[in-house]
Design a protein around this ligand. Structure first.
Ligand code: PLP
Length: 340
């Protein structure tokens, strides 16, 4: 048996999802008449209380488009030092938008208003104008933690008062919403744009949606075209997204429970130095220096368990739709025998 914990991006479409995809009515989305894409965009815009939305091939693209539209080079983007937009998007902010970053050393990817305010540049020719604040929820490298709504609200209120656009990288936003029992509307009102991935915990094969105002999305559509992200009969993919939104949101709590079970097994283990607190579907842990992490990953692989490293001595497990009871049993028994 293969237990693939490398990411929640590895999920295979279910039979029902494939049926929904095959039944989709499609058009040409670059020409704006793919009915299923339009439906997906309208569902997410409505759910988050934004005017409209744009379906794109990936979360990297929705983030990068948002940054490009919100900024004007030379400018600066404030984000946490662990943010995906800074660490894992290939330097796209500099490449695509010609902006610099101001990084905040937060708590597992989250920061406070008090930490943010001093990082906003004064109106002085020595400094690039601060043009965007970007948050990530849940925070991937922070171990899947989510923002407390009170802090998020404080930051958003400040940004709005100071005409500073605020973007949300919501690659795993539904994990945060389910874990916190927060509504999409409650989340949506704090942001000018949100990137929502369908191909992570939600289990669709491809796609992310960017939501925002009509004028923002009009500009975003132009950038999507320039980046080569305009897809034609994309309704087949959008149908998977609609199916996922209707059927795979509530079940995210199972992924969160499984991640907690893994945390419990690991926390009894002598070989583990520490585990980041587990809040959703990501478990990040550090092995003691006496254990070689490459050997550890290899030993897991020999048992059919796939995982990835995330920095020195650090391993990440991500639970998802493809991790059911059988996979959990296999994982738990192997983890116990491997490290005890
Ligand atoms: C927090 C976060 N944002 C954005 C992305 C980018 O998504 P994609 O892989 O679809 O480009 C990822 C991917 O893992 C992510 O974890």
């Amino acid at each position: 048996m293969i237990v693939d914990l490398r990411s929640d991006t590895v999920t295979q479409p279910t039979a029902e999802m494939k049926e929904a995809m095959m039944a989709a009515k499609v058009g040409d989305d670059v020409l704006g008449d793919d009915p299923t894409v339009l439906e997906l965009e309208s569902i997410l815009a409505q759910r988050f209380g934004h005017e409209t939305a744009l379906f794109c091939p990936s979360g990297t693209m929705t983030n990068q488009i948002a940054i490009k539209v919100h900024t004007n080079s030379p400018g600066e983007v404030i984000c946490d030092e662990l943010a995906h937009i800074y660490r894992y998007e290939g330097g796209g902010m500099a490449f695509n938008s010609g902006v610099s970053n101001r990084l905040i050393k937060g708590d597992r990817g989250r920061f406070t208003l008090e930490q943010m305010i001093p990082e906003i540049n004064p109106d002085d020719i020595h400094f690039p104008p601060t043009q965007l604040v970007s948050l990530e929820n849940t925070c991937n490298k922070g171990g899947g933690c989510y923002w407390e709504m009170t802090e998020l609200e404080r930051i958003s209120t400040y940004c709005r008062k100071n005409q500073l656009p605020i973007h949300l990288d919501g690659a795993r936003l539904y994990n945060a919403l389910v874990a916190q029992s927060t509504s999409e509307l409650e989340m949506g009102k704090h942001f000018d744009s949100i990137s929502i991935c369908l191909s992570k915990g939600l289990g669709a094969p491809v796609g992310s949606v960017l939501t925002g105002s009509a004028s923002f999305i009009k500009k975003a559509k132009r950038i999507r075209k320039i980046l080569g992200g305009g897809m034609r009969q994309a309704g087949y993919l959008a149908a998977a997204g609609i199916y996922a939104l209707n059927h795979h949101v509530d079940r995210l709590k199972i992924d969160h429970e499984n991640a907690k079970k893994i945390e419990a097994v690991l926390s009894n283990n002598e070989a583990i130095d520490f585990i980041k607190p587990v809040d959703t579907n990501i478990v990040i842990f550090k092995l003691k220096d006496s254990i070689d992490s490459e050997n550890y990953l290899q030993a897991l692989a020999e048992k059919g368990i796939k995982a990835v490293g995330m920095g020195p001595q650090t391993i990440r497990f991500v639970t998802h739709l493809g991790i059911g009871e059988k996979e959990m049993d296999c994982l738990v028994s192997n983890l116990s025998s491997l490290l005890d």
